[in-house]
Design a protein around this ligand. Sequence first.
Ligand code: GDP
Ligand code: MG
Length: 177
Amino acid sequence: MEDEVSGEEYLFKIVIIGDSAVGKSNLLSRYARNEFDMNTKATIGVEFQTQCVDIDGKEVKAQIWDTAGQERFRAVTSAYYRGAVGALIVYDISRRSTFDSISRWLEELKTHCDTTVARMLVGNKCDLENIREVSVEDGKGLAEAEGLFFMETSALDSTNVKTAFEIIIKEIYNNVS
Ligand code: GDP
Ligand code: MG
């Protein structure tokens, strides 16, 4: 009944995870507010942003959570993951170590979330082609092996940011409808 009153038909919680400084906060600010920040900020101070998307004439609200920097201390809490139905697992294509961490993030996701959580591997900073350390093939290969969607993005120049979020939102929608 509440849903009918507010006109909201779906609310999906999506978490963004990955090593520090891969661009998680900027992917969210690019998607939700079309903003980008060159400076690294330890804390953005916002827990989540909500975006409304129309799918098949249904209003879907995506509540997208940002870690606010606690991944530095390896202390992303279970509360962060609670109720998540989607996840973007992000690395930086110009820093190999952030790609090597993906398996650890996938493990953490498995321990906290249902196996049905929609997952996308995101290779961010694809504008930094000249200092690339992770090939597109490596990204694709890992995604295929783990059964994840895959996309390279740039929060700086906006490449694929909207597409990445929309693919994951549509996948969640398909899972629940
Ligand atoms: P987080 O720690 O994962 O939330 O990373 P941030 O969003 O704070 O970004 C870390 C740094 O990377 C900042 O200096 C950003 O300006 C920069 N950054 C984020 N996304 C991109 C991108 O797509 N391209 C480039 N060149 N820099 C980026
Ligand atoms: Mg951040």
